[in-house]
Ligand binder design. Structure first.
Ligand code: ADP
Ligand code: MG
Length: 185
């Protein structure tokens, strides 16, 4: 076997990713705070920033239960599909059940979406990145702008701040209100 040379080690490439967190069942504020801790418990995930929480009316679904939403930024050595599977694993720990073949959206104890993974563009059965509906949703764009306003969207080639401003210009109406984390932070 050839001796190991400096530079041979594959090492780890660290990638930036944005995760959308949402909940409208149980104690949503507490669930999202706990899920954010679960995310950072993975040895390959490093927290960068968590937005403040927002109380938002359900979009594209009929429900009387408003959501709590936030966006977290991480740095990670996980490839995108491994990151998605890890997020789904956390969803399941909180009792989230994916009903195969069910159309539309349902109330959920925890929804974790991979919004962005560097400027990767991925589209297959399992994963679409950037998340296809993120730029139409105030409950994603408002917290995302709080933590990553200058990030460029890979499709739109505009900053998140500009995309949000355009949503406001188009008078997209989705009720959303800022909240505080329960520990006051
Ligand atoms: P939504 O988050 O849009 O309300 P769901 O959480 O019910 O919808 O959708 C989960 C499904 O979406 C999973 O089967 C997952 O494989 C797929 N999916 C595709 N792209 C993504 C993504 N970027 N983040 C999370 N789930 C995704
Ligand atoms: Mg989801």
């Amino acid at each position: 076997m050839a001796p190991i040379q400096p530079g041979d080690s594959p090492g780890y490439t660290v990638h930036n990713a944005a995760i959308g967190l949402g909940s409208n069942l149980g104690n949503p504020l507490e669930t999202i705070q706990k899920a954010w801790l679960d995310i950072q418990a993975h040895p390959g995930l490093f927290p960068v920033a968590l937005s403040s929480p927002y109380h938002s009316e359900p979009v594209d679904m009929v429900s009387s239960r408003w959501f709590i939403n936030a966006v977290g930024l991480v740095r990670t050595v996980l490839p995108p599909r491994s990151l998605l599977r890890f997020l789904q694993n956390i969803e399941q720990r909180y009792g989230r059940r994916h009903v195969p073949g069910q159309d539309g959206y349902d109330d959920r104890t925890l929804d974790l979406d991979l919004l962005l993974y560097e400027d990767a563009v991925i589209s297959d059965e399992e994963l679409t990145v950037p998340h296809p509906r993120m730029t139409e949703r105030l409950f994603v764009m408002v917290p995302l702008v709080e933590v990553a306003a200058e990030l460029i969207h890979p499709h739109h080639r505009k900053t998140m701040r500009t995309i949000l401003r355009d949503l406001h210009k188009r008078k997209v109406r989705q009720k959303i209100m800022p909240r505080c984390w329960e520990n006051g932070s």
